[in-house]
Design a protein around this ligand. Structure first.
Ligand SMILES: [Zn+2]
Length: 202
């Protein structure tokens, strides 16, 4: 999947022309920045890594052309707009899973009521906190920035059991099936504000 260049080019042109009208003293510098920025999106479509490289290059261009700090700030502002725009252009084909409300309860009470009911509800391994219930072996990530063990936040279970209405509806739609009844584990580093996810299945 690639990102069409046209909407990005249109945004660059529109935004820098608007700023040139607003700040006539920067018009020449903005024109140069526009030429350089648009030259980075000459292919009809572009992959996401190349967009990221192009955005870094635009900030560098703005820094080079800068005389008083304004153009660098404009370069950053422009790339801060282009980043979410390129993400939304890329996300067109990604399915949106059906939205489900989540009810929180103390996990021991919940587990007891499931044992009583004699079956597990679909996605019943889903948890916030506690310890991860690994399907395979322990794969707790180490934060790549600070090299410390990350904090377990949640595990999100596949919703697969057919012995409930919700399970049947979701099964029919083929949603929330992560691999072969797999689980997604989410981790957090409070020091670096970093996240990581791990996937496991049988
Ligand atoms: Zn960290």
């Amino acid at each position: 999947m690639r990102i069409p260049s046209k909407p990005l080019l249109e945004h660059i042109t529109k935004e820098l022309d608007r700023l040139a009208d607003k700040f006539p003293n920067l018009a020449n510098a903005l024109q140069s920045l526009k030429q350089r920025a648009t030259s980075r999106f000459q292919d009809e479509s572009i992959d996401f890594n190349s967009v990221k490289d192009a955005l870094d290059a635009i900030v560098k261009d703005a820094d080079e052309l800068d005389t008083d700090g304004y153009l660098y700030a404009i370069g950053q502002q422009l790339t801060n707009q282009l980043d979410p725009l390129s993400r939304s252009l890329l996300s067109g084909d990604v399915p949106v899973l059906p939205e489900l409300a989540v009810r929180l309860s103390h996990s021991e009470e919940e587990a007891a009521s499931q044992v009583e009911a004699g079956h597990s509800a679909p996605g019943s391994r889903t948890r916030l906190g506690g310890k991860p219930q690994w399907i395979q072996s322990d794969a707790t990530p180490v934060c790549s920035a600070c090299q410390k063990t990350m904090t377990f936040v949640a595990q999100i279970d596949s919703l697969s059991a057919e012995d409930s209405d919700l399970g049947r509806i979701l099964e029919a739609r083929g949603s929330y099936m992560f691999g072969d009844v797999g689980m997604i584990y989410v981790f957090w580093c409070s020091q670096c504000l970093g996240t990581q996810a791990v996937f496991q299945c049988e």
